[in-house]
Write a protein that binds this ligand. Structure first.
Ligand code: S3P
Length: 177
């Protein structure tokens, strides 16, 4: 596969609350790419909420399902794919993402993440119902080294969705030429 083709599949990676789904949808619209959210695809496939899957079947089971989900995607069309925050921590997932596309890290500070998670109604079972700053910081630190494997990163703090999508678009033009 020519290196250039990998730009047809853009995987947005980053911690919960970094805006992967919202930015991903807008970016896909701007690029005229399809959009897919791995959490949403898993919920539809299993007809269960992610929180239910993790609490009933455990995190390891969920991680297997995430890898299956990445393997099931049809990468022939151009796509923006928003990924669950833990996806890049699994070697096989990194292999799949780097084979079919490039990873883009939405890099948010802990402060921004906490603010967004507190505003969100979604239950994140690995973070608990009430956000604990110490626990979140510790998970964030463990995750950072994986997020740093992205082709490039975009700082998200205090930026609108439109600015973020435009920044990614511009960066893609820059590195492709
Ligand atoms: C997870 C993040 C969640 C979801 C699951 C596990 C994680 O997705 O996949 O609750 O391990 O960080 P978001 O990053 O969209 O919140």
């Amino acid at each position: 596969m020519e290196n250039r083709d990998r730009y047809n599949n853009l995987f947005l990676i980053g911690f919960s609350g970094s805006g992967k789904s919202s930015v991903g949808k807008l970016l896909a619209r701007k690029l005229k790419f399809n959009f897919l959210d791995t959490d949403k695809k898993i919920e539809a496939n299993l007809n269960m909420k992610i929180s239910e899957i993790i609490t009933r079947r455990g995190e390891n089971y969920f991680r297997k399902i995430e890898t299956e989900c990445l393997n099931e995607i049809n990468y022939d069309s151009k796509m923006v794919i928003s990924t669950g925050g833990g996806i890049p921590t699994i070697k096989e997932n990194l292999k799949i993402m780097n084979h079919y596309g490039i990873m883009i890290w939405l890099n948010s500070t802990i402060k921004t993440i906490i603010k967004r998670l507190e505003e969100s109604k979604e239950i994140r079972p690995l973070l608990g119902e009430k956000i604990n700053e110490n626990e979140l910081s510790s998970l964030y630190e463990q995750r950072e080294k994986y997020y740093q494997l992205a082709k490039f990163s975009i700082k998200t703090d205090n930026k609108s969705l439109n600015t973020l999508a435009e920044e990614i678009k511009n960066k893609l033009c820059e590195i492709k030429t």
